[in-house]
Write a new protein. Structure first.
Length: 355
């Protein structure tokens, strides 16, 4: 099983990526959330120049936020710095669109976007719609060596529903999935495997990445210790943010609320109803999303919420849980590092060594 890191992108993310490479992590995934993080392609460019083995990918890019030829150019440019080490992770959008008060984009539009980007990276001449017109486009000077179209950029798609999983299978892409618990993660994997084989693909050819947040606890350390709140709490609050989006804006919530944490979730929703500005409550709701637990959120981030939504536990517990994901079919476990908590990579590297 491979191990990767996920990064809420900073301009100097190359520092933790270099350490990840030294520790034997195989992948670094950069978040593309323009209202929360630094630009992923700027950070990936520096990381590409500072590393030699680790793969660098968008985790994930949202098509509505960048036009296809610009994205293809960015990947081809990165591919010149890190030949054959670049991954194109893409999805219909959660964080990067919810921070602007928007729901997910249409899957058909994402598929069209992927078609154009991948055709350009293959040196082809696809048609591309811009300003209501369709035009043929292609890279005009690849032979000058300013970009790299020779080495493959691998495609990975984030998918949570049946149509998304079918798209992954049809494109024979890698699959990206955010996992909070083993049972839910492996249930999604079984569904993905079903779509994969239905499309006529060899079962063993599926690559599947489980993204998670969590904290490696010391013996006797509580799941809501200050360290656990800092490292795992930002994933626990996602359940709060999703529930508030649904209650306030009617945006779909694909994360069921367990009865054991319903009081905490409902308490947060009532708080969110008072966020300002009134016509853009989503701004405060998603401030710090996946990066920090805000002071106003702390009362609702319970030990039970952390246990149910993150990979937080002792070393022995986490070894069992990650092994269960591996046995379920995941080929990579990727842990997100929280800004200011990058030293946690050392804890996860020790777990990685057991695999």
């Amino acid at each position: 099983m491979e191990f990767g890191i996920a990064i809420p992108t900073a301009a100097d993310s190359y520092k933790v990526v270099k350490r990840a490479e030294e520790l034997g992590f195989t992948h670094a995934w950069f978040y593309d959330t323009q209202m929360l993080c630094a630009d992923c392609f700027v950070a990936m460019g520096i990381a590409a120049a500072q590393t030699s083995r680790i793969r660098l990918g968008t985790g994930v890019l949202i098509p509505s936020n960048r036009i296809a030829p610009v994205t293809a150019n960015a990947f081809a440019s990165l591919n010149a710095l890190a030949p054959g080490r670049i991954d194109f992770g893409v999805g219909t959008g959660f964080t990067g669109r919810r921070t602007m008060g928007l729901g997910a984009m249409k899957q058909a539009d994402m598929e069209e976007y992927i078609r154009v980007v991948m055709a350009l990276l293959a040196g082809e001449t696809p048609d591309f719609e811009v300003e209501g017109k369709r035009r043929k486009i292609t890279f005009l000077n690849p032979e000058l060596g300013l970009i790299n179209l020779k080495d493959k950029v691998a495609l990975h798609v984030s998918a949570y529903g049946p149509r998304g999983r079918d798209l992954v299978a049809r494109l024979k892409a890698g699959w990206l999935n955010f996992v909070g618990d083993v049972a839910g993660g492996n249930a999604a994997m079984q569904a993905m495997q079903g779509s994969w084989t239905k499309a006529g693909n060899a079962p063993a050819s599926l690559t599947a990445v489980a993204f998670a947040l969590g904290c490696v606890l010391e013996d006797g350390e509580a799941a809501d210790s200050p360290r656990a709140i800092a490292q795992a709490g930002p994933r626990a609050t996602v359940l709060l943010h999703r529930a508030a989006d649904e209650a306030l804006s009617g945006l779909p919530n694909t994360s069921p609320v367990p009865s054991e944490v319903a009081d905490a979730v409902n308490g947060y929703i009532e708080l969110a109803r008072r966020f300002e500005p009134e016509d853009a409550r989503y701004l405060e709701n998603h401030r710090g999303h996946l990066m920090a637990v805000k002071d106003i959120e702390r009362p609702f981030v319970t030990a039970e919420l952390i246990r149910r939504t993150t990979f937080t536990g002792t070393r022995a517990d986490l070894l069992d849980r990650i092994a269960a994901l591996r046995d379920g079919g995941y080929t990579q476990f990727t842990i997100q590092l929280i800004p200011g908590q990058e030293a946690a990579i050392e804890d996860w590297a020790k777990l990685k060594a057991a695999f």
